[in-house]
Design a protein around this ligand. Structure first.
Ligand code: 5AD
Ligand code: SF4
Length: 393
């Protein structure tokens, strides 16, 4: 099993193409291939055409998918029949509005330097106990090439702390090189940088931006992100949308002082920003931060939030975060999917750096090598009947 299914282009209307996956049709935006023609096979991710694929190769991949595709749908349907309780109702809502499509993205964490000092985060500037690392431009491009060409990922998140060592020039260089050598849906997650920089990265081919607003409560925001305001954050997120980025945003669950009402507002704010992906995860205390003694939110609290968000917003993409997987390494991901989530990220950071990107300790997956991780994800998707077809625009 592979984690993206090729689709056939069956219609083109300027930049919008209709793509057929077996009996399903989805739309995708074509920004990168001006000469794309009806009849060609492509990979789409996040509603964008990201790669072309030769007909013969596509036919071979589709052959292996044909039977499995139907089987996965049956499994998903079976699991959503006669829903009982909040999680099952949320899962059935997801099935009715989006079918069994799910997105599997890779994430490469390229620097753990950060100029900010968020009270909850292990890579905050003042944590002097952490060994810092930066991958240079070529190392990042190589890691992306490996992820796309060898591991066959179609969407990659490039994440770091707010590290100004990566100038506009360096970041543009990275995005241009990746898009030239191994086209992919590139999502940047580099924190609060100016909108000019984000515009340049978009022009170079990046199409997604991941920026959480962390909490919808302005007082909590200022307390836990000293020196920053929620307004500044929201302005940036809205600017990213205006530039054209697919926006991935959300919040942290378990900040001290966060009330039930705050969480409902967090869900509402997420939706009002009209993101392409909801990402909210539990705060896991890091021993070298001021929030080291905060209790870990129970798994049920996270599942409950996923389920409520799904029921309130049936068409959203909701991520199973690594923090959720960390809360329950055996079942966290599966339970997230069965409570309404439909996306997952696989950590593809080179092994030697993975344990240093320590926003919180003992992250799920760091004990496995990349191939084992992918195997585990594919096994999970098979068990719960999900298929990595693009969700469309
Ligand atoms: N636990 C869980 N998530 C965290 N983040 C930062 N610190 C923690 C923590 N201790 C999240 C923030 C940030 C993202 C990159 O990581 O929400 O936006
Ligand atoms: Fe830096 Fe982000 Fe961590 Fe805040 S949450 S300290 S901005 S990496």
């Amino acid at each position: 099993m592979c984690y993206a299914i090729p689709g056939k282009v069956v219609a083109i209307d300027d930049k919008v193409v209709t793509v057929e996956y077996f009996d399903e049709k989805k739309k995708a935006r074509n920004d990168f291939y001006a000469d794309l023609a009806v009849g060609e096979y492509i990979y789409a991710q996040g509603g964008f055409v990201v790669q072309r694929i030769a007909e013969e190769e596509a036919a071979n991949i589709l052959k292996t998918w044909q039977e499995l595709f139907t089987k996965l749908k049956e499994v998903d349907l079976r699991l959503t029949r006669e829903p009982k309780g909040l999680y099952q109702v949320a899962n059935a809502t997801r099935q009715r509005s989006l079918g069994n499509s799910c997105c599997i993205h890779g994430i490469i964490e390229f620097s753990n330097y950060c100029r900010s000092n968020c009270l909850y985060c292990g890579i905050r500037k003042d944590n002097v106990n952490l060994k810092r690392y930066r991958m240079d431009v070529d190392e990042i491009v190589e890691a992306c090439e490996y992820a796309v060409k060898e591991l066959k990922f179609k969407a990659l998140v490039l994440q770091s702390g707010e590290d100004l060592w990566y100038s506009q020039e360096k970041l543009v260089d990275i995005v241009e090189k990746v898009m030239r050598k191994c086209p992919v849906l590139l999502i940047v997650s580099i924190g609060e940088r100016d909108s000019e920089l984000y515009k340049k990265l978009y022009a170079s081919g990046a199409r997604g931006a991941l920026v959480r607003f962390e909490t919808s409560n302005p007082k909590l925001y200022q307390k836990y992100r000293p020196g920053h305001t929620l307004d500044e954050r929201l302005t940036l997120i809205k600017e990213l949308r205006e530039i054209g980025y697919l926006v991935f945003t959300g919040f942290l669950l378990g900040l001290p002082g966060q009330s039930e009402k705050d969480i409902l507002k967090d869900i509402e704010l997420t939706q009002s920003l009209k993101p392409e992906m909801f990402t909210f995860g539990p705060l896991i205390p890091h021993p070298d931060t001021p929030l080291k003694d905060v209790p870990v939110p129970p798994l049920e609290a996270v599942l409950n939030t996923i389920a409520r968000a799904r029921i309130l917003h049936p068409d959203s993409r909701i991520l199973v975060t690594t923090a959720l997987e960390t809360l329950d390494k055996e079942e966290g991901a599966q339970r997230g999917f069965l409570s309404g989530a439909n996306s997952l990220m696989v950590n593809l950071t080179p092994k030697k750096y993975q344990s240093l990107y320590q926003i919180y300790p003992e992250r799920a997956g760091t004990e496995l090598d990349t191939k084992q991780k992918i195997e585990k994800v594919l096994q999970l998707l098979t068990t719960i009947g999900r298929a990595p077809t693009d969700l469309g625009m």
